[in-house]
Write a protein that binds this ligand. Structure first.
Ligand SMILES: [Zn+2]
Length: 341
């Protein structure tokens, strides 16, 4: 009992932002996402800035408002409940009592933030947090003409294959050009018919939060299969050295170094499974494992057991934060300059 009491005291001071969330009507998927969103302090700070006083008395349908209430409470020592948020999602189509796909729900939440936040500048700032701008080019193999189109992604979907055993390989494959032939032929404006072509995608800009989805589900026409292949991923990596050919000539130079801060893990099969998360504490940088109401500190070695392969639980989404080494250095210099001697 004494140990439990000590734990509670410690919990209220140092575990802020990482607290267990009971499973409520099969909510492990949303629970896991809430843990990762709570670890995305940039999002919490933006939502906290949103003036919602005039939205009082809403009918519990506004997803960003309920998300704000939950995430702000998560950072405090107060009692926190995620039931209002779960019911709000339910009213918006993410039903309770159903096991959902974490990437789909994540994108759904981001979409609802855009739709339901009345502060449009804030909504745009939240989208900018995740926005990966890309340029897709299609080159006709008959006339060599190139068509390009700008687009953006909020998560980077990387195919998991038997011979792609690392995140670096998955990224290389994503940015490689591939040929489109047969039924995949595209219409060429110059040739005025569908022609074989080669297609590629290049980066125009990278976001502060890089969210990667490891596409582990493959539909073979009759049922969905989960691919348990091992995919290793680093704690830190630099995209400019990992995939140097992934950058468009119009890429506006930013630091491309990223540090992992959250992992969404899926255990079980495609049709039946359980979601958990590894999240990093903002101050201590220690890793924690969150399995519904249970949370405990773990080592980086433990996080690595979600690589897949022989392990049953596999990383499904990886959340990386851009490392602002230069800016941090500049801020420190600025602070020191302002200190009276
Ligand atoms: Zn052509």
């Amino acid at each position: 009992m004494a140990a439990r009491f000590l734990c509670r005291n410690f919990y209220s001071r140092s575990f802020l932002g990482i607290r267990g969330l009971p499973n409520y009507c099969l909510s492990c998927c949303v629970n896991t996402l809430l843990q990762t969103l709570s670890a995305t302090w940039e999002l919490v700070e933006l939502l906290d800035r949103w003036d919602t006083a005039h939205l009082k008395g809403n009918d519990g349908c506004n997803v960003p408002l309920e998300l704000k209430k939950f995430l702000v409470a998560m950072q405090s020592a107060e009692h926190v409940s995620h039931r209002d948020f779960l019911h709000c999602l339910d009213q918006n189509g993410v039903q309770l009592h159903i096991q959902h796909d974490a990437d789909e729900v994540f994108l759904f939440i981001l979409n609802l933030i855009q739709k339901q936040t009345d502060d449009k500048i804030l909504a745009e700032q939240i989208q900018t947090l995740y926005k990966i701008s890309v340029e897709t080019h299609v080159q006709c193999l008959q006339c060599d003409s190139i068509q390009t189109k700008e687009n953006y992604l909020l998560t980077l979907p990387l195919h998991v294959k038997e011979d792609h055993t690392s995140l670096e390989q998955c990224l290389t494959s994503f940015f490689e050009e591939h040929e489109l032939r047969g039924i995949n032929c595209c219409f060429c404006v110059q040739c005025a018919v569908k022609t074989p072509s080669k297609q590629g995608v290049q980066l125009l800009s990278l976001p502060p939060i890089l969210c990667i989805q490891l596409k582990r589900y493959r539909n073979n026409g009759r049922f969905t299969q989960k691919l348990g292949y091992e995919v290793t991923f680093p704690e830190t990596f630099d995209l400019s050295t990992t995939v140097p050919h992934a950058f468009s000539k119009d890429f506006n130079q930013q630091p491309c170094k990223y540090t992992l801060y959250a992992v969404v893990v899926h255990s079980g099969s495609a049709g039946f499974g359980h979601y958990t998360a590894y999240v990093r504490h903002r101050d201590t940088q220690s890793w924690y494992f969150a399995d519904d109401s249970h949370t405990h500190q773990v080592s980086w070695n433990k996080v690595q057991t979600s690589y897949g392969g022989e392990h049953r639980h596999t990383a499904y989404m990886l959340m990386y934060r851009r490392t602002q080494e230069d800016n941090k250095h500049k801020t420190e210099i600025k602070c020191n300059e302002g200190t009276p001697k």
